[in-house]
Design a binder for this molecule. Structure first.
Ligand code: CMP
Length: 143
């Protein structure tokens, strides 16, 4: 397997994670894994902003419910940086559906269901770049 080099990815602690008080738990998992936090901010998305972020899912049956949930309370957005960090973050999160997520992962341990699944993480370098720029300017990211 070839090395992916240093990457950046967008991580979101979703409204359920903030409500449950597990922001610190999620951040600790990243730091313990040696992943560097290059930017971090709390905000609340409007419905329209949630719809913009999840625009690729517009045709999905869960789009309305997902964007309502994502705008239901504050979220914490982070830029994570490190070697192969897109895949490593996805490993730490576990499968989208917490029932299918591997033991010890964030979603297996903390999430209630496939929609309210505590965290989001970019799935590829192109989406990471788009998603990071949705929340952060280059001046916000500490290198
Ligand atoms: P995320 O990784 O943020 O990407 C899209 C989100 O849609 C996903 O996490 C879940 O929150 C949500 N989602 C994915 N599949 C379903 C589903 N079958 N039902 C409801 N929500 C879903």
């Amino acid at each position: 397997m070839h090395r992916m080099g240093k990457q950046r990815t967008l991580s979101i602690v979703k409204p359920d994670g903030v409500r449950k008080g597990v922001v610190g738990d999620v951040v600790r998992r990243f730091e313990t894994a040696g992943i560097r936090i290059a930017a971090m901010r709390m905000l609340r998305l409007t419905r329209a902003e949630a719809e913009g972020f999840y625009a690729v899912h517009r045709e999905r049956p869960f789009f309305g419910s997902l964007t309502e949930f994502m705008s239901s309370g504050p979220i914490v957005v982070m830029v994570l940086e490190g070697e192969n960090v897109i895949a490593r973050n996805r490993e730490l999160m576990g499968a989208t559906d917490p029932k299918k997520a591997a033991k010890g992962t964030i979603r297996a341990e903390l999430a209630d269901n496939v929609e309210q699944n505590i965290v989001h993480g970019s799935d590829a370098p192109e989406t990471a770049a788009t998603e990071i720029s949705y929340f952060f300017s280059s001046l916000d990211i500490v290198s």
